[in-house]
Design a protein around this ligand. Structure first.
Ligand SMILES: [Fe+2]
Ligand SMILES: [Fe+2]
Length: 146
């Protein structure tokens, strides 16, 4: 394993998770309307899960002898958003994260704990994507039978 490359990847991931945490919290503050209660809970749960990922990554960076970044990767400030726009923005970011983690998995194939850590994060990002896709699914449409 190329430690320098892995540390760079982990720090990039950490910065993305910090952005996600802030983005979800922000959405939990600005969401209004009759669905507010449900969505505040959902956004804050996802903010906490992003923080959990950030903690896992930050601890690992220090354990490997690196220095965890304090930067955030992106600042999202599109102004007022509809609920649908918030959900779409989160879904797009989650898909980007999943893609990033899946690519980075190649860097850690020879290190079992790191490989498992990435795989676990990949499972959780996939759950985030599936959850947001269900939030965005039209509830008036009947489920297609498979
Ligand atoms: Fe995450
Ligand atoms: Fe996520």
């Amino acid at each position: 394993m190329d430690k320098k490359k892995v540390l760079e990847a982990l720090n990039l991931d950490l910065e993305h998770e910090m952005s996600a945490m802030i983005r979800y919290l922000h959405h939990s503050f600005i969401v209004t309307g009759p669905l507010r209660g449900t969505l505040v809970n959902m956004f804050r749960t996802k903010a906490r899960e992003s923080m959990d990922h950030a903690i896992t990554l930050g601890e690992k960076i220090t354990a490997l002898g690196g220095h965890p970044s304090v930067k955030i990767q992106e600042i999202y400030e599109p102004g007022d958003q509809t609920i649908e726009e918030m959900l779409e923005e989160n879904l797009e970011c989650e898909r980007k994260h999943l893609d990033m983690y899946e690519k980075q998995l190649n860097l850690v194939q020879d290190n079992t704990p790191l490989r498992l850590m990435f795989e676990q994060v990949i499972v959780e990002e996939t759950a985030h994507i599936e959850d947001l896709e269900m939030y965005l699914r039209d509830s008036n449409k009947k489920m297609a039978k498979v």
